[in-house]
Structure formats: structure tokens, C-alpha cells
Design a protein around this ligand. Structure first.
Ligand code: ARG
Length: 455
């Protein structure tokens, strides 16, 4: 433990509790584990253990068990493949069920009750950049689905070894807005994209500077970054956006707010039964607060609350009069109404909270405790009005099959970080690995008096 000199107490404590690796990424059960499955005997033993845990989970599932008709046979195949090649290949069915199970195991997701609806596209044989772009364009359009958003994942080839990663993408999401640093130091667009935007510009990307310019795609093939490809520029592929204003406050139209319809995460790793898929973009639909209470509101993001309040005729003179809270409600109303009017799927925290709670209770009745990360499941506004707030979750992370944060691809000239991702909420002091998951959490149920929150 290095001695920290002259650091504030909080930093010293932090350094002690959460050793931070040199790349700056946090370490937690939500991050890809540092033991590579390809690292010698220990790695292989770990891979076998995770493969077996996944296969057992599949064989125990009421639907997927039909796809494991002979568990002993399939296990012996997997075991010998691992011994021979140091890894193994999933069948189509295993890939499909694995991607769904990984969603179900994602403690931070409030939409997990939809886990069986995930559409799995198998892109494991993708070889060329053109094929990769075609897969991704198809993903953008299939997920948007004319506004009725569907849950989709596109799975690119698995890592063959820790050094051999066929595909990664430098983008955080398939659609996201650029952030341009202006001469006066302010940012036009999304401040969270500043590093990535300046990388793209250095690589020759040229696009109109607006607050809402979709970023180009940067694919990384076998560790080599391809030039930025601006798929949205010609209009052949649409980012699918919704214009945001409040029906009762016409002046809000003048702010020109908008957001894209579907969040398609492109930088997380999918792990199924110990096998890592470093590039497997996936999406659900948006929860309104993600956009209105965070992306547009956070002071280090679009930071629109003050002009928004003014456009709604709310006086911003006294915090104690709760102008921020009032404006936040108006902005969230506007978001939901605008998506609804555009015919684009969006969840609200009450309905999603209700459905998630109902699922937790149904799982509990079958003896399955749903683990969860309270600080992520509780929405960033009106928390106590949702059932999640009143429920205790155990935060044990099932690590054999899940979605993980991973270090960004290491490519020369590319050193971007995302503030939005590296928040304190990543530290997850209470998270533990699956070996330690308690059989049941003694405090997990919702007290009877709170049932009215979701009934
Ligand atoms: N919070 C992120 C955003 O606002 C998206 C994370 C995934 N969200 C989802 N509904 N699947 O862009």
C-alpha cells in the first residue's frame, strides 16, 4: 500500500478501500475480472468452473433446459474442448440463452424482467469492417423498429486469448452526441464525449459543430483502430431522435432540446459461462429519468435546468423554494410526453418500478432471490415513490454470466475517459462475487405497508 502524502482524508480512505488500477478504471465485481481465463492452469480451472455454472443454470431453467437434453454429454464436450484449445464455442442456443441470462444477472438494470425478450443476433463470424458496419446498422434499425423499441444484442466473435480480441469499438454507444471544446473553454454538445470527439477530429472526422452532432463509429480490429466512419452524415442511417418540449410551456420549444431514441451500449463485455465477448452491443429501451434527470440535467452533462426553468416561467431565485425540483418534474414530463407523441417507446420510473417489483416478488415465490444494486435501481428523482427505494437488495454479482465494464481498447493516441461512467456509483462497496452470494437476503422483502406504491 503506497503511502499517500498530503492527500485529503477521503482520498486516503478511498485508495485504501478500492485499489485503482493504472488505467484509471475502477476495480469491482462489475468489472471484467483481472484473472484471464487464458492464464495457465488457474485460468483454465476458472473457465471450467464458470462454464459448468452456466450450463447448470441453463439446464435448471424452465425453458432452456429443453436445449440441454444431455447435460453429461455436453459437459464432456466442453471440458475436452477447453483442454484442447484453452476455450470453447457456444452452440447457437447457448449463445441465445447466455446473453439473456447475462441480462437477468445485471444487478443495476431495472428492466431485467424483460430478459427473455432479448433478440440475439449472432455476428460471431464477422471478419471485415464492411460486415461489421452492416451488422451495426441492422442493429440500430431493428432496435428502433419504427418507434416500438425492441431489445437487441449483436454478438461479435469471442476473445481467443487475452491478447487476441477480434473486434472492439471505441464508442460508448452506437448513437451518441459529440462534445466540441470551444475557444472560450465551454463545450458545445455532450461534455462526456469531449475526449472521444477530439480523437475523431484528429483522425480526420469533419462534421458540423452543433449541440447534437452524432459521433462517427470507430472500430478497433485486432487492436488497430480503423478511421472514423460517419454513418449518420449522409442520412442513409438515421440516429432516430425525439424533439423535446413541454406541451404546456411553448417557450421550451426554443431551447431546441432533443435526444436519441435508443441507448445501444457498445463498450461493455459480455461473458457467458466464462467465455468473453469483448464486443457485443446491446440495448433495451430508455427510462425517461436517464435522459431528463441525468443526461440533460447533470451539471457536467447538458446542464439545462436553469434555462429550462426560465422557459417554464419558474423563478430560479431561491433553491429553498425548490425551483430545481419543480423544473426537474417539468423536464421529465416533457420527455415522456415528447416520446409518447413521437410514438417512441420510453419507460417511466413508476411503471418500470411496479413491473420490476412484481417480478422480484414472483421470483421470490419460486425461491429465487433477485440480487440488485439499490443505488442504481432507485431512480434519480422521486426515489421514495418507487418500490425499489423501500426494498433491500443483496448485491452479489453472478460473475460466470453477466455484462461487465472493461478497460477501453488500447490504441495509440486514444486516451479517453467517460466521466458519466466513472462515477462514485461504480465503487459498489457492497458488491461481492457469486461464490459469496447468500442463499437469501434477510431484508429483501418489501414491507406490506409499501405495497400501495405499485399496486
Ligand atoms: N444511462 C445511459 C444513457 O442515458 C444508458 C444506459 C442503458 N439504459 C437502458 N435503458 N438500457 O444513455
Amino acid at each position: 500500500m503506497p503511502k499517500v502524502v498530503n492527500a485529503p482524508l477521503s482520498l486516503q480512505l478511498n485508495t485504501y478501500l478500492h485499489p485503482v488500477n493504472l488505467s484509471g478504471a475502477q476495480s469491482s465485481p462489475f468489472h471484467l475480472d483481472p484473472i484471464s481465463p487464458f492464464a495457465g492452469v488457474k485460468g483454465l480451472a476458472q473457465l471450467k468452473k464458470e462454464a459448468r455454472a452456466f450450463l447448470d443454470a441453463m439446464a435448471a431453467d424452465s425453458v432452456a433446459s429443453a436445449w440441454v437434453p444431455d447435460l453429461a454429454l455436453r459437459w464432456s464436450q466442453i471440458e475436452s474442448e477447453i483442454e484442447e484449445k484453452g476455450t470453447y464455442t457456444h452452440s447457437k442456443r447457448e449463445l441465445q440463452f447466455g446473453a439473456k441470462l447475462a441480462w437477468r444477472n445485471s444487478n443495476r438494470c431495472i428492466g431485467r424482467h424483460f430478459w427473455r425478450t432479448l433478440q440475439v443476433h449472432d455476428a460471431r463470424n464477422c471478419e471485415t469492417a464492411e460486415e461489421a458496419y452492416a451488422h451495426l446498422k441492422r442493429h440500430v434499425n431493428t432496435a428502433f423498429n419504427g418507434g416500438k423499441v425492441t431489445n437487441v444484442i449483436t454478438i461479435f466473435p469471442q476473445a481467443q486469448s487475452s491478447e487476441d480480441v477480434p473486434w472492439r469499438m471505441a464508442n460508448h454507444q452506437l448513437v451518441r452526441y459529440a462534445g466540441f471544446t470551444q475557444p472560450d473553454g465551454t463545450v458545445l454538445g455532450d461534455p462526456d464525449s469531449v475526449d472521444f470527439t477530439s480523437y475523431c477530429i484528429k483522425q480526420g472526422w469533419d462534421a458540423p459543430r452543433t449541440p447534437w452532432t452524432p459521433l462517427p463509429w470507430v472500430m478497433v480490429q485486432h487492436g488497430k483502430a480503423l478511421p472514423p466512419r460517419d454513418v449518420f452524415k449522409t442520412g442513409a442511417l438515421l440516429p432516430h431522435e425525439v424533439i423535446i418540449s413541454h406541451p404546456d410551456f411553448p417557450a421550451t420549444q426554443d431551447l431546441g432540446l432533443r435526444w436519441y431514441a435508443v441507448p445501444i451500449l457498445a463498450d461493455m463485455a459480455l461473458k457467458i459461462g466464462g467465455v468473453v465477448y469483448p464486443f457485443a452491443p446491446f440495448n433495451g429501451h430508455y427510462l425517461g429519468t436517464e435522459i431528463a434527470a441525468r443526461n440533460l440535467t447533470d451539471p457536467d452533462r447538458y446542464n439545462v435546468l436553469e434555462p429550462w426553468a426560465t422557459a417554464c416561467g419558474i423563478s430560479t431565485s431561491a433553491k429553498r423554494a425548490l425551483w430545481q425540483d419543480e423544473a426537474l418534474v417539468r423536464l421529465n414530463q416533457a420527455l415522456l410526453a415528447s416520446f409518447d407523441n413521437a410514438g417512441v417507446t420510453v419507460g417511466d420510473h413508476h411503471e418500470l418500478g411496479r413491473a420490476f417489483e412484481q417480478w422480484c416478488q414472483a421470483e421470490q415465490r419460486q425461491g429465487h432471490e433477485v440480487p440488485g444494486d439499490w443505488s442504481w435501481l432507485t431512480p434519480p428523482m422521486s426515489g421514495s415513490l418507487t418500490p425499489q427505494y423501500h426494498r433491500h437488495f443483496s448485491n452479489g454479482v453472478i460473475t460466470h454470466t453477466n455484462y461487465f465494464y472493461q478497460a477501453p481498447p488500447s490504441v495509440s493516441g486514444m486516451t479517453f475517459t467517460s466521466k458519466a461512467k466513472e462515477t462514485h456509483r461504480l465503487l459498489a462497496t457492497d458488491a461481492f462475487q457469486d461464490e459469496d452470494v447468500p442463499k437469501s437476503c434477510p431484508f429483501s422483502s418489501l414491507r406490506k405497508t409499501f405495497q400501495s406504491l405499485w399496486e
